[in-house]
Design a binder for this molecule. Structure first.
Ligand SMILES: *[C@@H]1O[C@H](CO)[C@@H](O)[C@H](O)[C@H]1NC(C)=O
Length: 665
């Protein structure tokens, strides 16, 4: 095999007799999206709603999640081809519009973005609007349905430099009008609740009042007059009386009113203007979100102060609460019922609660690197950039616990006994955690560069620590993973260690490095480099995560520069191999797949490069994690023939529950 013009020698194992005639086939196993962990709050707005069906609707990566809060079930709308950026709910509370970034394909060619209108009850796409007309896709908070005419129209602001505002007929999918709004950032758009010809937009230092008449827009600027012009107008709502209230970066809520034409000072021809009535200092830092309640009260959510404040209809503060610091600022608020609220935060958390009871997180994720599954239970561990190490339960779909370390973790491995897990950190330090007490029971440091792999030998007697300093450090492990002493060091790679696996007899290691080397090591015999690689061709590996190797040649694309596969993982039953690629996809190949251009099932959902994949202990599920998309996707493995009938396969839908599947009939 060649990568970057460099030959990589691999030897054909003895049990493969007729390599030339070997046929690569699709695996009979498939993946079905089972659960989505995560929410995109960091850089998106107005993207969490509560539907009368009892579901919260929000998005992460390319997936829109409908999460039934009481039943703890998820459904997924998955027709977007790149990261979703905005969401709007129709006044019928069933239809949903969602917009995505345009993105590029794997050859770097721009793809076409569009807005989908879909039915949240059936997940059927009703309309795709504007295919190819939205430059760079549709930005944050830039979709809205009209209100008075039973939601006939949809307005969209695209992500182009001019932020083009367009108005569409939702059912016909036709465009009625469009206009360039501004070169400045635009954060929010909405129709007036009393007249669909009136649209308001706001963003960096502006609020514009648009009137649509005979297909033509006219614009009026909100005039700040004697008030300081805020740097950003983040959001706005209409009060029950139809007044516009904006929330801005000065922490103010500004009520706007149309004043009659001031013909005395502005001369004849002067028209009515929009002016501030009575500014209200609401928050420290920004007002990121505003939300009107049926009774006329108002909710506001703050940036710096992390407060949610409830205001009476005449804007007197009534109640307030503060969300915990670790979740960041209040990004958006959705009303569940008389008391209950959902809160989306800037650190990607969704919280649920009320003013009286406070708030708890439904989920919280930051950029992730490390992923490991438990050797005998349905749990997995992630390490994220915010220095958190989190333990998740794949059956309960919840977070068991989370702790914060002093540095961030990049890799992790469970001890075969399953009682401890070791986590490799960004500085060469690594810690061993007790799963029950969550305490650090051992701490060591190897070199001063980031660690990339932590892997125990299958007999649990050794731990291999792969580092960016080109070494693999080997530790003797005793007391079921509670005591560690340095056994040796593998010295021979000329670049950082990327992946490594142990042999089934716990005596040998195979490793890959940043310059595409495959090396074999005799660990039991003193961490010696095995120079004759031919002699390792028949060795059996306890795990298979090395991206370079004879058995996985077929996962690589022709002419690859070596960076398009980030991780792979063989199933424990050794039938399939899952691959995390650099183009947002998860692949499932047959194992072994030793010939180029092997076919694979491909799965979309991530919105950025997939950084890692891992099967659960009995191969019932695959976990995949995204880098920048801060998302964990949990896939159900189907079609393996184990406990699966054709019927369960056929009836499997995008619905999943937290209770086990009913037995196959
Ligand atoms: C996998 O293990 C879990 C328990 O951790 C069990 O509930 C589930 O039924 C198992 N699945 C299969 C396919 O064996």
């Amino acid at each position: 095999m060649f990568i970057r013009g460099r030959p990589i020698t691999m030897y054909v194992p003895s049990n493969i007799q007729n390599y030339d005639n070997l046929k690569m086939e699709l695996p009979s196993e498939r993946l079905e999206l089972d659960w989505v962990y995560g929410y995109r709050g960091r850089d998106c707005r107005a993207n969490l709603f509560f539907l009368p069906s009892g579901e919260a609707v929000y998005f992460i990566a390319c997936v829109i999640v409908l999460y039934h809060i009481k039943n703890r079930m998820q459904r997924h709308y998955r027709k977007h081809t790149d990261s979703v950026r905005c969401l709007a709910v129709h006044p019928d509370n069933v239809r949903v519009a969602s917009g995505q970034t345009a993105g590029v394909d794997k050859d770097g060619k721009p793809m076409q973005a569009c807005v989908h209108i879909w039915d949240s009850a059936t997940l059927v796409t009703l309309q795709q609007i504007g295919l190819g007309t939205f430059q760079r896709g549709v930005g944050m908070g830039s979709l809205a349905f009209s209100i008075v005419d039973s939601g006939t129209f949809l307005c969209v602001i695209d992500d182009s430099n001019e932020h083009i505002l367009s108005v569409w007929d939702c059912t016909k999918g036709t465009k009625h009008a469009e206009i360039k709004t501004t070169n400045e950032a635009v954060f929010d758009v909405n129709f007036s609740p009393s007249d669909s010809n009136n649209i308001i937009t706001c963003g960096k230092s502006h609020v514009y009042f648009w009137t649509l008449s005979a297909g033509q827009f006219t614009k009026k600027q909100g005039i700040f007059g004697k008030y300081k012009k805020p740097k950003f107008i983040h959001c706005f709502v209409f009060s029950l009386t139809g007044d516009v209230l904006t929330g801005d970066s000065e922490g103010n809520i500004l009520p706007w009113a149309k004043s009659a034409a001031d013909t005395k000072t502005l001369g004849k021809g002067a028209k009515e203007t929009y002016q501030i009535v009575r500014p209200i200092k609401a928050h420290e830092g920004s007002v990121f979100t505003l939300c009107t309640l049926k009774c006329g009260a108002l909710l506001s959510g703050g940036g710096k102060d992390r407060k949610i404040i409830r205001w009476s209809a005449d804007l007197a503060p009534e109640r307030e609460c503060e969300i915990p610091e670790k979740f960041g600022a209040v990004r958006t608020v959705a009303v569940v019922d008389d008391e209950g609220l959902l809160v989306g935060t800037t650190r990607n958390a969704i919280l649920r609660g009320s003013f009286s009871d406070g708030f708890v997180a439904i989920g919280h994720l930051d950029e992730m690197w490390g992923l490991a599954t438990h050797p005998s239970q349905s749990i997995f561990l992630t390490c994220s950039h915010d220095r958190q190490v989190c333990l998740w339960n794949t059956e309960e779909h919840n977070l068991d616990w989370c702790i914060t370390l002093e540095e961030y973790g990049l890799c992790a491995g469970f001890c075969p006994s399953g009682s401890v897990v070791s986590v490799g950190l960004s500085t060469g330090r690594w810690v061993v955690l007790d799963l029950v007490t969550k305490e650090v029971i051992s701490e060591s440091i190897d070199g001063n560069e980031q660690l990339s792999v932590m892997r125990y030998s299958p007999d649990g007697r050794f731990l291999a620590v792969g580092s960016h300093d080109n070494f693999i450090y080997i530790y003797s492990v005793t007391e079921s993973g509670r005591r560690y002493s340095r056994f040796g060091r593998c010295n021979g790679h000329s670049s950082f260690i990327t992946h490594l696996d142990w042999s089934k007899d716990s005596c040998y290691i195979v490793s890959n490095s940043g310059d595409y080397e495959i090396l074999y090591w005799d660990i039991a015999g003193g961490c010696k480099l095995l120079r004759n690689r031919f002699e390792s061709k028949d060795r059996e590996w306890a795990s298979f995560t090395c991206v370079l190797g004879f058995h996985v040649i077929g996962v690589w694309l022709e002419g690859s520069d070596g960076t398009d596969i980030n991780a792979l993982c063989r199933s424990h039953n050794e039938k399939v191999v899952a691959v995390a690629d650099d183009f947002c996809k998860v692949h499932l190949f047959q194992y072994p797949c030793p010939k180029p251009k092997a076919p694979s099932h491909k799965y979309e959902g991530h919105g950025s490069h997939v950084t890692n994949v891992c099967f659960t202990h009995n191969d019932s599920h695959l976990l995949s994690i995204g880098g920048k998309d801060t998302c964990i996707l949990q896939w159900k493995v189907t079609g393996s023939g184990v406990g699966e009938s054709r019927e369960t396969l056929a009836s499997a839908s995008s619905t999943s529950t937290s209770s086990p599947e009913p037995p196959a009939s």
